[in-house]
Design a binder for this molecule. Structure first.
Ligand SMILES: Cc1cc2nc3c(=O)[nH]c(=O)nc-3n(C[C@H](O)[C@H](O)[C@H](O)COP(=O)(O)OP(=O)(O)OC[C@H]3O[C@@H](n4cnc5c(N)ncnc54)[C@H](O)[C@@H]3O)c2cc1C
Ligand SMILES: NC(=O)c1ccc[n+]([C@@H]2O[C@H](COP(=O)([O-])OP(=O)(O)OC[C@H]3O[C@@H](n4cnc5c(N)ncnc54)[C@H](OP(=O)(O)O)[C@@H]3O)[C@@H](O)[C@H]2O)c1
Length: 500
Protein backbone atom coordinates (compact mmCIF):
# COMPACT_ATOMS: atom_id res chain seq x y z
CA UNK A 1 0.00 0.00 0.00
CA UNK A 2 1.18 3.48 -0.77
CA UNK A 3 2.43 4.99 2.46
CA UNK A 4 2.99 8.68 2.87
CA UNK A 5 3.82 8.67 6.55
CA UNK A 6 6.76 6.32 6.17
CA UNK A 7 9.55 7.19 8.64
CA UNK A 8 12.96 7.31 7.05
CA UNK A 9 16.46 7.14 8.40
CA UNK A 10 18.02 10.22 6.89
CA UNK A 11 21.54 9.02 7.50
CA UNK A 12 21.01 6.53 4.68
CA UNK A 13 19.66 9.14 2.27
CA UNK A 14 21.43 9.30 -1.03
CA UNK A 15 21.23 11.64 -3.93
CA UNK A 16 21.17 10.50 -7.55
CA UNK A 17 21.49 12.82 -10.43
CA UNK A 18 19.86 11.44 -13.56
CA UNK A 19 21.11 12.35 -16.97
CA UNK A 20 17.82 12.09 -18.85
CA UNK A 21 14.25 11.49 -17.68
CA UNK A 22 13.09 9.68 -14.56
CA UNK A 23 10.21 7.33 -15.36
CA UNK A 24 8.00 6.42 -12.41
CA UNK A 25 6.45 2.97 -12.83
CA UNK A 26 7.64 -0.16 -14.64
CA UNK A 27 4.26 -1.29 -15.91
CA UNK A 28 3.47 -1.48 -19.65
CA UNK A 29 3.46 2.34 -19.91
CA UNK A 30 6.86 2.82 -18.25
CA UNK A 31 8.35 -0.02 -20.28
CA UNK A 32 6.98 1.40 -23.53
CA UNK A 33 8.45 4.86 -22.85
CA UNK A 34 11.78 3.26 -21.89
CA UNK A 35 11.91 1.32 -25.16
CA UNK A 36 11.19 4.47 -27.19
CA UNK A 37 14.04 6.26 -25.39
CA UNK A 38 16.42 3.34 -25.60
CA UNK A 39 16.04 3.26 -29.35
CA UNK A 40 17.30 6.85 -29.49
CA UNK A 41 20.14 6.14 -27.02
CA UNK A 42 18.63 8.53 -24.48
CA UNK A 43 19.54 7.53 -20.93
CA UNK A 44 16.82 7.30 -18.28
CA UNK A 45 16.05 5.75 -14.93
CA UNK A 46 12.88 3.77 -14.20
CA UNK A 47 11.70 3.64 -10.58
CA UNK A 48 9.37 0.84 -9.51
CA UNK A 49 7.92 0.25 -6.06
CA UNK A 50 7.54 -3.51 -6.58
CA UNK A 51 10.28 -6.10 -7.06
CA UNK A 52 9.35 -6.85 -10.66
CA UNK A 53 8.12 -5.25 -13.86
CA UNK A 54 4.35 -5.08 -14.55
CA UNK A 55 3.50 -5.65 -10.89
CA UNK A 56 -0.22 -5.08 -11.53
CA UNK A 57 -0.19 -8.07 -13.86
CA UNK A 58 2.20 -10.22 -11.87
CA UNK A 59 0.87 -9.61 -8.38
CA UNK A 60 -2.58 -8.02 -8.46
CA UNK A 61 -4.58 -10.04 -10.97
CA UNK A 62 -6.44 -13.33 -10.84
CA UNK A 63 -5.27 -16.54 -12.46
CA UNK A 64 -7.97 -16.84 -15.12
CA UNK A 65 -7.35 -13.33 -16.53
CA UNK A 66 -6.91 -12.93 -20.26
CA UNK A 67 -6.54 -9.74 -22.26
CA UNK A 68 -10.07 -8.79 -23.23
CA UNK A 69 -9.12 -6.93 -26.38
CA UNK A 70 -7.50 -8.61 -29.40
CA UNK A 71 -3.72 -8.75 -29.22
CA UNK A 72 -3.19 -6.18 -31.97
CA UNK A 73 -4.63 -3.54 -29.58
CA UNK A 74 -2.47 -4.62 -26.66
CA UNK A 75 1.09 -4.79 -27.99
CA UNK A 76 3.63 -2.19 -27.00
CA UNK A 77 5.60 -0.11 -29.52
CA UNK A 78 8.38 -1.75 -31.52
CA UNK A 79 7.64 -5.37 -30.57
CA UNK A 80 4.59 -7.29 -31.82
CA UNK A 81 3.26 -10.29 -29.91
CA UNK A 82 4.70 -13.63 -31.00
CA UNK A 83 2.74 -15.01 -33.94
CA UNK A 84 1.73 -18.17 -32.11
CA UNK A 85 -0.01 -16.18 -29.37
CA UNK A 86 -3.82 -16.55 -29.39
CA UNK A 87 -6.10 -13.62 -30.26
CA UNK A 88 -6.67 -12.99 -26.53
CA UNK A 89 -3.39 -13.81 -24.75
CA UNK A 90 -3.53 -15.16 -21.21
CA UNK A 91 -2.09 -13.19 -18.30
CA UNK A 92 0.89 -15.59 -18.25
CA UNK A 93 1.57 -14.99 -21.95
CA UNK A 94 1.23 -11.24 -21.54
CA UNK A 95 3.70 -11.23 -18.64
CA UNK A 96 6.14 -13.36 -20.68
CA UNK A 97 5.81 -10.85 -23.53
CA UNK A 98 6.55 -7.95 -21.15
CA UNK A 99 9.55 -9.75 -19.61
CA UNK A 100 10.90 -10.32 -23.09
CA UNK A 101 10.20 -6.67 -23.95
CA UNK A 102 12.21 -5.46 -20.93
CA UNK A 103 15.04 -7.80 -21.85
CA UNK A 104 15.09 -6.84 -25.52
CA UNK A 105 15.29 -3.12 -24.73
CA UNK A 106 17.62 -3.71 -21.78
CA UNK A 107 15.29 -2.03 -19.31
CA UNK A 108 16.55 -2.41 -15.74
CA UNK A 109 14.32 -0.54 -13.29
CA UNK A 110 15.31 0.51 -9.79
CA UNK A 111 13.06 -1.99 -8.02
CA UNK A 112 11.67 -1.74 -4.48
CA UNK A 113 11.63 2.04 -4.47
CA UNK A 114 8.35 3.85 -4.01
CA UNK A 115 8.12 7.48 -5.07
CA UNK A 116 6.88 9.47 -2.10
CA UNK A 117 7.15 12.95 -3.55
CA UNK A 118 8.13 14.73 -6.73
CA UNK A 119 8.25 18.44 -7.22
CA UNK A 120 9.73 20.92 -9.61
CA UNK A 121 12.43 23.06 -8.05
CA UNK A 122 11.97 26.45 -9.69
CA UNK A 123 15.34 27.70 -8.45
CA UNK A 124 17.40 25.02 -10.12
CA UNK A 125 14.82 24.17 -12.79
CA UNK A 126 14.95 20.47 -12.13
CA UNK A 127 12.58 17.80 -10.81
CA UNK A 128 13.35 16.40 -7.39
CA UNK A 129 11.93 12.93 -6.93
CA UNK A 130 12.14 11.35 -3.48
CA UNK A 131 11.77 7.60 -3.06
CA UNK A 132 11.67 5.31 -0.06
CA UNK A 133 12.86 1.73 -0.27
CA UNK A 134 10.06 -0.77 0.07
CA UNK A 135 12.21 -3.55 1.52
CA UNK A 136 14.23 -3.88 4.71
CA UNK A 137 13.34 -2.86 8.23
CA UNK A 138 15.12 0.48 7.99
CA UNK A 139 13.77 2.21 4.90
CA UNK A 140 16.28 4.42 3.13
CA UNK A 141 15.50 7.53 1.19
CA UNK A 142 16.84 8.49 -2.23
CA UNK A 143 16.48 11.77 -4.07
CA UNK A 144 16.64 11.64 -7.85
CA UNK A 145 17.26 14.90 -9.63
CA UNK A 146 16.36 15.21 -13.27
CA UNK A 147 15.27 17.51 -16.05
CA UNK A 148 12.29 15.43 -17.17
CA UNK A 149 9.74 13.38 -15.29
CA UNK A 150 7.52 10.72 -16.87
CA UNK A 151 4.56 9.68 -14.71
CA UNK A 152 3.69 6.06 -15.55
CA UNK A 153 2.15 4.85 -12.29
CA UNK A 154 -1.10 3.79 -13.96
CA UNK A 155 -4.81 4.37 -13.63
CA UNK A 156 -5.09 1.35 -11.34
CA UNK A 157 -2.33 2.09 -8.82
CA UNK A 158 -4.46 1.57 -5.69
CA UNK A 159 -7.55 -0.55 -5.06
CA UNK A 160 -10.58 1.44 -3.90
CA UNK A 161 -12.02 0.18 -0.62
CA UNK A 162 -15.38 1.91 -0.12
CA UNK A 163 -16.68 2.88 3.29
CA UNK A 164 -19.76 0.75 3.85
CA UNK A 165 -21.66 0.68 7.16
CA UNK A 166 -20.75 -2.31 9.31
CA UNK A 167 -17.96 -3.60 7.04
CA UNK A 168 -15.58 -3.55 10.04
CA UNK A 169 -18.01 -5.72 12.01
CA UNK A 170 -18.21 -8.41 9.33
CA UNK A 171 -16.44 -11.47 10.73
CA UNK A 172 -15.64 -13.23 7.43
CA UNK A 173 -12.81 -12.54 5.01
CA UNK A 174 -12.89 -9.25 3.09
CA UNK A 175 -10.48 -8.78 0.20
CA UNK A 176 -10.11 -6.43 -2.73
CA UNK A 177 -10.24 -7.89 -6.24
CA UNK A 178 -6.52 -7.11 -6.59
CA UNK A 179 -5.81 -9.81 -3.98
CA UNK A 180 -8.13 -12.43 -5.50
CA UNK A 181 -6.33 -15.24 -7.30
CA UNK A 182 -8.80 -18.11 -7.79
CA UNK A 183 -12.18 -19.38 -6.64
CA UNK A 184 -10.61 -22.65 -5.54
CA UNK A 185 -10.65 -21.87 -1.83
CA UNK A 186 -14.25 -20.61 -1.95
CA UNK A 187 -15.87 -23.90 -3.00
CA UNK A 188 -19.22 -24.22 -1.22
CA UNK A 189 -18.93 -20.71 0.25
CA UNK A 190 -21.42 -17.84 -0.10
CA UNK A 191 -19.43 -14.95 -1.50
CA UNK A 192 -20.64 -11.39 -1.97
CA UNK A 193 -18.92 -9.74 -4.93
CA UNK A 194 -19.32 -5.96 -4.62
CA UNK A 195 -19.24 -4.31 -8.06
CA UNK A 196 -20.17 -5.36 -11.58
CA UNK A 197 -17.38 -3.98 -13.75
CA UNK A 198 -15.14 -6.36 -15.69
CA UNK A 199 -13.54 -7.49 -12.39
CA UNK A 200 -16.84 -8.13 -10.60
CA UNK A 201 -18.26 -10.08 -13.55
CA UNK A 202 -15.14 -12.21 -14.10
CA UNK A 203 -14.60 -12.98 -10.42
CA UNK A 204 -18.26 -13.99 -10.08
CA UNK A 205 -17.81 -16.27 -13.09
CA UNK A 206 -14.64 -17.76 -11.61
CA UNK A 207 -16.32 -18.32 -8.23
CA UNK A 208 -19.24 -20.03 -9.92
CA UNK A 209 -16.88 -22.23 -11.96
CA UNK A 210 -15.32 -23.32 -8.66
CA UNK A 211 -18.73 -24.25 -7.21
CA UNK A 212 -18.96 -21.29 -4.85
CA UNK A 213 -22.23 -19.33 -4.52
CA UNK A 214 -21.54 -15.78 -5.71
CA UNK A 215 -23.98 -12.88 -5.30
CA UNK A 216 -22.94 -9.84 -7.32
CA UNK A 217 -23.92 -6.34 -6.18
CA UNK A 218 -25.19 -4.11 -9.00
CA UNK A 219 -26.00 -0.81 -7.34
CA UNK A 220 -26.54 1.28 -10.48
CA UNK A 221 -26.32 0.38 -14.16
CA UNK A 222 -23.78 -1.11 -16.53
CA UNK A 223 -23.36 -1.81 -20.23
CA UNK A 224 -22.64 -5.46 -20.91
CA UNK A 225 -21.48 -6.14 -24.47
CA UNK A 226 -20.49 -9.44 -26.03
CA UNK A 227 -16.71 -9.73 -26.44
CA UNK A 228 -17.33 -10.64 -30.08
CA UNK A 229 -20.05 -9.88 -32.61
CA UNK A 230 -20.33 -12.28 -35.54
CA UNK A 231 -16.81 -13.56 -34.89
CA UNK A 232 -15.29 -10.09 -34.84
CA UNK A 233 -14.07 -8.39 -31.67
CA UNK A 234 -16.70 -5.86 -30.51
CA UNK A 235 -13.94 -3.37 -29.81
CA UNK A 236 -12.46 -3.85 -33.26
CA UNK A 237 -15.89 -3.45 -34.84
CA UNK A 238 -16.53 -0.25 -32.88
CA UNK A 239 -13.15 1.19 -33.94
CA UNK A 240 -13.92 0.35 -37.56
CA UNK A 241 -17.39 1.90 -37.48
CA UNK A 242 -16.05 5.04 -35.81
CA UNK A 243 -14.03 5.77 -38.94
CA UNK A 244 -17.25 6.51 -40.83
CA UNK A 245 -20.00 7.09 -38.30
CA UNK A 246 -20.54 9.44 -35.36
CA UNK A 247 -20.09 8.06 -31.84
CA UNK A 248 -23.79 8.14 -30.94
CA UNK A 249 -24.68 6.11 -34.04
CA UNK A 250 -21.98 3.53 -33.37
CA UNK A 251 -23.36 3.24 -29.83
CA UNK A 252 -26.87 2.65 -31.18
CA UNK A 253 -25.65 -0.02 -33.61
CA UNK A 254 -23.64 -1.77 -30.88
CA UNK A 255 -26.64 -1.83 -28.57
CA UNK A 256 -28.94 -3.23 -31.26
CA UNK A 257 -26.45 -5.99 -32.12
CA UNK A 258 -25.91 -6.66 -28.40
CA UNK A 259 -29.66 -7.00 -27.87
CA UNK A 260 -29.80 -9.70 -30.54
CA UNK A 261 -26.89 -11.61 -28.96
CA UNK A 262 -27.40 -11.12 -25.22
CA UNK A 263 -31.10 -10.22 -25.05
CA UNK A 264 -32.54 -7.86 -22.48
CA UNK A 265 -30.20 -7.73 -19.45
CA UNK A 266 -32.75 -5.69 -17.48
CA UNK A 267 -34.82 -8.74 -16.62
CA UNK A 268 -31.82 -10.08 -14.65
CA UNK A 269 -31.51 -6.90 -12.59
CA UNK A 270 -28.88 -5.28 -14.81
CA UNK A 271 -30.05 -1.92 -16.13
CA UNK A 272 -28.32 -0.13 -18.99
CA UNK A 273 -27.10 3.46 -18.50
CA UNK A 274 -28.91 6.13 -20.54
CA UNK A 275 -25.67 7.11 -22.32
CA UNK A 276 -24.33 4.64 -24.89
CA UNK A 277 -21.25 2.52 -24.01
CA UNK A 278 -18.71 4.56 -25.97
CA UNK A 279 -20.18 7.91 -24.96
CA UNK A 280 -20.17 6.83 -21.30
CA UNK A 281 -16.54 5.74 -21.59
CA UNK A 282 -15.58 9.00 -23.24
CA UNK A 283 -17.47 11.29 -20.88
CA UNK A 284 -17.18 9.46 -17.55
CA UNK A 285 -14.41 6.92 -18.08
CA UNK A 286 -16.76 4.03 -17.17
CA UNK A 287 -15.66 0.88 -19.02
CA UNK A 288 -18.34 -1.39 -20.53
CA UNK A 289 -18.19 -5.02 -19.50
CA UNK A 290 -17.10 -7.41 -22.24
CA UNK A 291 -18.95 -10.59 -21.41
CA UNK A 292 -17.02 -13.86 -21.48
CA UNK A 293 -19.64 -16.07 -19.87
CA UNK A 294 -20.88 -14.38 -16.68
CA UNK A 295 -24.20 -13.44 -18.24
CA UNK A 296 -24.97 -17.08 -19.02
CA UNK A 297 -24.33 -17.91 -15.36
CA UNK A 298 -26.60 -15.04 -14.31
CA UNK A 299 -29.35 -16.39 -16.58
CA UNK A 300 -28.99 -19.86 -15.10
CA UNK A 301 -29.08 -18.46 -11.55
CA UNK A 302 -25.53 -19.64 -10.72
CA UNK A 303 -24.61 -16.00 -10.14
CA UNK A 304 -27.24 -14.04 -8.20
CA UNK A 305 -27.61 -10.34 -8.96
CA UNK A 306 -28.44 -8.22 -5.90
CA UNK A 307 -29.02 -4.47 -5.45
CA UNK A 308 -26.92 -1.98 -3.42
CA UNK A 309 -25.72 -2.61 0.14
CA UNK A 310 -27.31 -0.97 3.18
CA UNK A 311 -24.99 -2.39 5.83
CA UNK A 312 -22.97 -5.42 6.91
CA UNK A 313 -23.55 -7.41 10.09
CA UNK A 314 -21.29 -10.02 11.64
CA UNK A 315 -22.10 -12.72 9.08
CA UNK A 316 -24.66 -11.17 6.77
CA UNK A 317 -25.38 -8.20 4.57
CA UNK A 318 -28.51 -6.05 4.43
CA UNK A 319 -29.45 -4.80 0.97
CA UNK A 320 -31.27 -1.62 0.01
CA UNK A 321 -34.37 -3.63 -0.96
CA UNK A 322 -34.69 -4.84 2.66
CA UNK A 323 -33.42 -8.36 1.93
CA UNK A 324 -30.71 -9.91 4.18
CA UNK A 325 -28.17 -12.43 2.82
CA UNK A 326 -26.00 -14.75 4.92
CA UNK A 327 -22.45 -14.59 3.53
CA UNK A 328 -19.08 -16.12 4.30
CA UNK A 329 -16.74 -13.77 2.38
CA UNK A 330 -16.68 -10.47 0.56
CA UNK A 331 -14.71 -9.57 -2.56
CA UNK A 332 -14.57 -5.84 -3.26
CA UNK A 333 -14.48 -5.48 -7.05
CA UNK A 334 -14.97 -1.77 -6.48
CA UNK A 335 -12.34 -0.43 -8.86
CA UNK A 336 -9.03 1.38 -8.70
CA UNK A 337 -7.61 4.87 -8.50
CA UNK A 338 -4.51 6.73 -9.60
CA UNK A 339 -2.08 7.56 -6.76
CA UNK A 340 -0.51 10.58 -8.49
CA UNK A 341 -2.08 13.20 -6.16
CA UNK A 342 -0.41 11.52 -3.17
CA UNK A 343 3.11 12.09 -4.43
CA UNK A 344 3.25 14.58 -7.32
CA UNK A 345 3.28 18.14 -6.05
CA UNK A 346 1.84 19.67 -9.19
CA UNK A 347 -1.70 20.86 -9.86
CA UNK A 348 -1.52 22.55 -13.25
CA UNK A 349 -1.37 19.45 -15.44
CA UNK A 350 -2.78 16.74 -13.16
CA UNK A 351 -6.28 17.03 -11.70
CA UNK A 352 -7.29 16.01 -8.17
CA UNK A 353 -8.38 12.58 -9.44
CA UNK A 354 -4.83 11.80 -10.52
CA UNK A 355 -5.50 12.05 -14.27
CA UNK A 356 -4.25 14.77 -16.63
CA UNK A 357 -6.76 17.61 -16.92
CA UNK A 358 -6.50 17.63 -20.72
CA UNK A 359 -8.33 14.65 -22.20
CA UNK A 360 -7.01 12.17 -24.76
CA UNK A 361 -5.22 12.59 -27.16
CA UNK A 362 -3.50 15.63 -25.61
CA UNK A 363 -3.01 14.61 -22.01
CA UNK A 364 0.53 13.28 -22.35
CA UNK A 365 2.61 16.42 -22.01
CA UNK A 366 2.71 19.04 -19.28
CA UNK A 367 5.12 21.88 -18.72
CA UNK A 368 8.72 21.88 -17.44
CA UNK A 369 9.56 18.44 -18.75
CA UNK A 370 6.56 16.69 -17.20
CA UNK A 371 4.93 13.80 -19.11
CA UNK A 372 2.10 11.36 -18.40
CA UNK A 373 1.93 7.93 -19.98
CA UNK A 374 -1.02 5.56 -19.61
CA UNK A 375 -3.74 7.89 -18.32
CA UNK A 376 -5.94 7.83 -21.42
CA UNK A 377 -8.62 5.40 -20.12
CA UNK A 378 -7.84 3.45 -23.27
CA UNK A 379 -5.87 0.57 -21.79
CA UNK A 380 -2.73 -0.71 -23.44
CA UNK A 381 -3.48 0.90 -26.80
CA UNK A 382 -3.59 4.31 -25.08
CA UNK A 383 -0.37 3.58 -23.19
CA UNK A 384 1.43 2.75 -26.44
CA UNK A 385 0.14 5.88 -28.18
CA UNK A 386 1.39 8.02 -25.27
CA UNK A 387 4.79 6.32 -25.20
CA UNK A 388 5.44 6.97 -28.88
CA UNK A 389 4.58 10.67 -28.54
CA UNK A 390 6.62 11.05 -25.36
CA UNK A 391 9.60 9.27 -26.93
CA UNK A 392 9.49 11.57 -29.95
CA UNK A 393 9.16 14.71 -27.85
CA UNK A 394 11.97 13.84 -25.46
CA UNK A 395 14.09 12.81 -28.45
CA UNK A 396 13.59 16.23 -29.99
CA UNK A 397 14.50 18.08 -26.79
CA UNK A 398 17.51 15.82 -26.27
CA UNK A 399 18.86 16.38 -29.76
CA UNK A 400 18.36 20.13 -29.53
CA UNK A 401 20.34 20.22 -26.30
CA UNK A 402 23.10 18.03 -27.67
CA UNK A 403 23.40 20.31 -30.67
CA UNK A 404 23.83 23.41 -28.59
CA UNK A 405 27.45 24.50 -28.80
CA UNK A 406 27.66 26.00 -25.36
CA UNK A 407 25.89 24.07 -22.65
CA UNK A 408 24.28 25.88 -19.79
CA UNK A 409 25.38 24.58 -16.41
CA UNK A 410 22.67 22.97 -14.32
CA UNK A 411 22.25 23.92 -10.71
CA UNK A 412 22.18 20.93 -8.47
CA UNK A 413 20.86 21.12 -4.91
CA UNK A 414 23.00 19.51 -2.23
CA UNK A 415 21.77 18.00 1.02
CA UNK A 416 23.78 20.12 3.52
CA UNK A 417 23.15 23.89 3.41
CA UNK A 418 26.39 24.71 5.26
CA UNK A 419 28.69 23.02 2.78
CA UNK A 420 29.10 23.85 -0.86
CA UNK A 421 30.70 21.56 -3.39
CA UNK A 422 32.24 21.93 -6.74
CA UNK A 423 33.34 19.31 -9.16
CA UNK A 424 34.98 19.62 -12.51
CA UNK A 425 36.19 17.25 -15.11
CA UNK A 426 39.90 16.68 -15.68
CA UNK A 427 40.01 13.19 -17.03
CA UNK A 428 38.90 12.11 -13.56
CA UNK A 429 35.86 13.51 -11.86
CA UNK A 430 36.97 15.23 -8.70
CA UNK A 431 34.87 16.35 -5.77
CA UNK A 432 36.56 19.00 -3.66
CA UNK A 433 34.98 19.52 -0.28
CA UNK A 434 35.92 22.90 1.16
CA UNK A 435 34.71 23.74 4.67
CA UNK A 436 32.18 26.48 4.98
CA UNK A 437 34.77 28.85 6.46
CA UNK A 438 37.31 28.41 3.72
CA UNK A 439 37.94 31.30 1.37
CA UNK A 440 37.04 30.74 -2.24
CA UNK A 441 34.10 28.56 -1.40
CA UNK A 442 32.13 28.06 -4.55
CA UNK A 443 28.81 28.65 -2.98
CA UNK A 444 25.70 29.78 -4.75
CA UNK A 445 22.83 30.63 -2.45
CA UNK A 446 19.33 30.78 -3.84
CA UNK A 447 16.09 32.05 -2.36
CA UNK A 448 15.19 29.61 0.39
CA UNK A 449 18.80 29.36 1.55
CA UNK A 450 19.79 26.26 -0.44
CA UNK A 451 23.25 25.70 -1.76
CA UNK A 452 23.78 24.43 -5.24
CA UNK A 453 26.37 22.38 -6.92
CA UNK A 454 27.13 23.36 -10.48
CA UNK A 455 27.09 20.36 -12.76
CA UNK A 456 27.88 20.14 -16.41
CA UNK A 457 25.45 17.42 -17.49
CA UNK A 458 27.02 16.80 -20.83
CA UNK A 459 30.49 16.30 -19.43
CA UNK A 460 29.03 13.59 -17.25
CA UNK A 461 27.35 11.96 -20.21
CA UNK A 462 30.49 11.96 -22.29
CA UNK A 463 32.80 10.76 -19.56
CA UNK A 464 30.55 8.04 -18.26
CA UNK A 465 33.18 5.37 -18.14
CA UNK A 466 35.65 7.38 -16.08
CA UNK A 467 36.40 6.44 -12.50
CA UNK A 468 35.05 8.76 -9.86
CA UNK A 469 37.31 10.00 -7.09
CA UNK A 470 36.77 12.05 -3.95
CA UNK A 471 39.16 14.76 -2.99
CA UNK A 472 38.72 15.95 0.56
CA UNK A 473 40.39 18.76 2.49
CA UNK A 474 43.40 16.61 3.35
CA UNK A 475 43.89 15.89 -0.31
CA UNK A 476 43.10 12.22 0.15
CA UNK A 477 41.66 10.72 -2.94
CA UNK A 478 39.31 7.79 -2.52
CA UNK A 479 37.88 5.79 -5.34
CA UNK A 480 34.14 5.39 -5.22
CA UNK A 481 31.76 3.12 -7.01
CA UNK A 482 29.57 4.72 -9.61
CA UNK A 483 26.35 2.81 -9.64
CA UNK A 484 23.92 3.17 -12.51
CA UNK A 485 26.34 5.26 -14.45
CA UNK A 486 25.66 3.45 -17.69
CA UNK A 487 21.99 4.33 -17.28
CA UNK A 488 22.88 7.97 -17.16
CA UNK A 489 22.53 8.34 -13.40
CA UNK A 490 25.37 9.81 -11.46
CA UNK A 491 25.45 8.01 -8.13
CA UNK A 492 26.27 10.44 -5.36
CA UNK A 493 25.73 8.16 -2.40
CA UNK A 494 29.34 8.23 -1.29
CA UNK A 495 29.49 11.96 -1.46
CA UNK A 496 26.33 12.33 0.57
CA UNK A 497 27.60 9.81 3.10
CA UNK A 498 30.83 11.77 3.39
CA UNK A 499 28.99 14.98 4.10
CA UNK A 500 26.40 13.81 6.61
C1 LIG B 1 -7.62 -6.77 -13.77
C2 LIG B 1 -7.24 -5.86 -14.88
C3 LIG B 1 -7.24 -6.31 -16.19
C4 LIG B 1 -6.93 -5.47 -17.26
N1 LIG B 1 -6.97 -5.94 -18.53
C5 LIG B 1 -6.68 -5.12 -19.57
C6 LIG B 1 -6.73 -5.58 -20.91
O1 LIG B 1 -7.06 -6.72 -21.17
N2 LIG B 1 -6.41 -4.72 -21.93
C7 LIG B 1 -6.06 -3.43 -21.67
O2 LIG B 1 -5.76 -2.71 -22.61
N3 LIG B 1 -6.01 -2.97 -20.39
C8 LIG B 1 -6.32 -3.77 -19.35
N4 LIG B 1 -6.28 -3.30 -18.07
C9 LIG B 1 -5.91 -1.93 -17.80
C10 LIG B 1 -4.44 -1.95 -17.35
O3 LIG B 1 -4.32 -1.23 -16.17
C11 LIG B 1 -3.50 -1.41 -18.39
O4 LIG B 1 -3.69 -2.00 -19.58
C12 LIG B 1 -2.02 -1.52 -18.05
O5 LIG B 1 -1.65 -2.33 -16.98
C13 LIG B 1 -1.63 -0.12 -17.80
O6 LIG B 1 -0.25 -0.06 -17.69
P1 LIG B 1 0.45 1.10 -16.85
O7 LIG B 1 1.89 0.86 -16.95
O8 LIG B 1 -0.10 2.40 -17.26
O9 LIG B 1 -0.07 0.86 -15.36
P2 LIG B 1 0.29 -0.37 -14.38
O10 LIG B 1 0.27 -1.66 -15.10
O11 LIG B 1 -0.63 -0.21 -13.22
O12 LIG B 1 1.78 -0.05 -13.94
C14 LIG B 1 2.12 1.01 -13.10
C15 LIG B 1 3.37 0.64 -12.31
O13 LIG B 1 3.73 1.76 -11.51
C16 LIG B 1 4.12 1.30 -10.22
N5 LIG B 1 3.91 2.38 -9.26
C17 LIG B 1 2.72 2.91 -8.86
N6 LIG B 1 2.93 3.88 -7.98
C18 LIG B 1 4.26 3.97 -7.79
C19 LIG B 1 5.08 4.80 -6.98
N7 LIG B 1 4.57 5.74 -6.22
N8 LIG B 1 6.42 4.62 -7.04
C20 LIG B 1 6.97 3.67 -7.85
N9 LIG B 1 6.23 2.86 -8.63
C21 LIG B 1 4.89 3.01 -8.61
C22 LIG B 1 3.24 0.10 -9.97
O14 LIG B 1 3.79 -0.75 -9.00
C23 LIG B 1 3.15 -0.52 -11.36
O15 LIG B 1 4.13 -1.51 -11.56
C24 LIG B 1 -6.58 -4.13 -16.99
C25 LIG B 1 -6.58 -3.68 -15.66
C26 LIG B 1 -6.89 -4.52 -14.63
C27 LIG B 1 -6.90 -4.00 -13.21
N1 LIG C 1 -10.27 -9.19 -18.70
C1 LIG C 1 -9.87 -7.98 -18.57
O1 LIG C 1 -9.15 -7.54 -19.39
C2 LIG C 1 -10.25 -7.14 -17.37
C3 LIG C 1 -10.72 -7.73 -16.22
C4 LIG C 1 -10.98 -6.94 -15.13
C5 LIG C 1 -10.79 -5.56 -15.17
N2 LIG C 1 -10.36 -5.01 -16.33
C6 LIG C 1 -10.15 -3.55 -16.43
O2 LIG C 1 -9.72 -3.03 -15.19
C7 LIG C 1 -10.26 -1.75 -14.97
C8 LIG C 1 -10.99 -1.73 -13.63
O3 LIG C 1 -12.16 -2.57 -13.69
P1 LIG C 1 -12.96 -2.95 -12.37
O4 LIG C 1 -14.08 -3.80 -12.76
O5 LIG C 1 -12.00 -3.45 -11.37
O6 LIG C 1 -13.46 -1.53 -11.82
P2 LIG C 1 -14.63 -0.56 -12.37
O7 LIG C 1 -14.85 -0.75 -13.80
O8 LIG C 1 -14.29 0.79 -11.87
O9 LIG C 1 -15.94 -1.07 -11.62
C9 LIG C 1 -16.13 -0.86 -10.25
C10 LIG C 1 -17.49 -1.41 -9.86
O10 LIG C 1 -17.65 -1.31 -8.46
C11 LIG C 1 -18.91 -0.73 -8.17
N3 LIG C 1 -18.87 -0.11 -6.86
C12 LIG C 1 -17.97 0.77 -6.39
N4 LIG C 1 -18.25 1.08 -5.11
C13 LIG C 1 -19.35 0.38 -4.77
C14 LIG C 1 -20.13 0.28 -3.60
N5 LIG C 1 -19.84 0.97 -2.49
N6 LIG C 1 -21.21 -0.53 -3.59
C15 LIG C 1 -21.53 -1.23 -4.71
N7 LIG C 1 -20.83 -1.18 -5.85
C16 LIG C 1 -19.74 -0.38 -5.88
C17 LIG C 1 -19.14 0.23 -9.32
O11 LIG C 1 -20.50 0.56 -9.39
P3 LIG C 1 -20.99 1.98 -10.01
O12 LIG C 1 -20.84 1.81 -11.47
O13 LIG C 1 -22.35 2.09 -9.54
O14 LIG C 1 -20.07 3.02 -9.45
C18 LIG C 1 -18.66 -0.63 -10.49
O15 LIG C 1 -19.64 -1.55 -10.85
C19 LIG C 1 -11.17 -1.47 -16.16
O16 LIG C 1 -10.45 -0.74 -17.10
C20 LIG C 1 -11.44 -2.85 -16.71
O17 LIG C 1 -11.73 -2.87 -18.07
C21 LIG C 1 -10.09 -5.76 -17.42
Amino acid sequence: MFNLSCQTDLSSRRCVWVNGPVIVGAGPSGLAVSACLKEQCIPYVVIERADCIASLWQKCTYDRLKLHLPKKFCQLPKLPFPEDYPEYPTKKQFIAYLENYAQKFDINPQFNESVQSAKYDEACQLWRVVTVSTIGSNPSETEYICQMLVVATGENAEGIVPEIDGLQEFSGEVIHAKDYKSGEKYTGKKVLVVGCGNSGMELSLDLSNHNANPSMVVRSSVHILPREIMGKSTFDLAMMLLQWLPLWLVDKLLLILTWFILGNTQKYGINRPSLGPLQLKNQHGKTPVLDIGALEKIRSGDIAVVPGIKRFNSNSVELVNGETLDIDSVVLATGYRSNVPYWLQETEFFAKNGFPKTPFPNGWKGKRGLYASGFTRRGLAGASADAIKIGQDIGKVWKEELNQKKKKPFLFPIPRPDIALRFRFFGRIKFSLPTSTKAGLNRSTRPGGNNYLIVDMFSVAEKRSLPLAFKNDEDEVREAAVNNFEDGACELRHMAAHLI
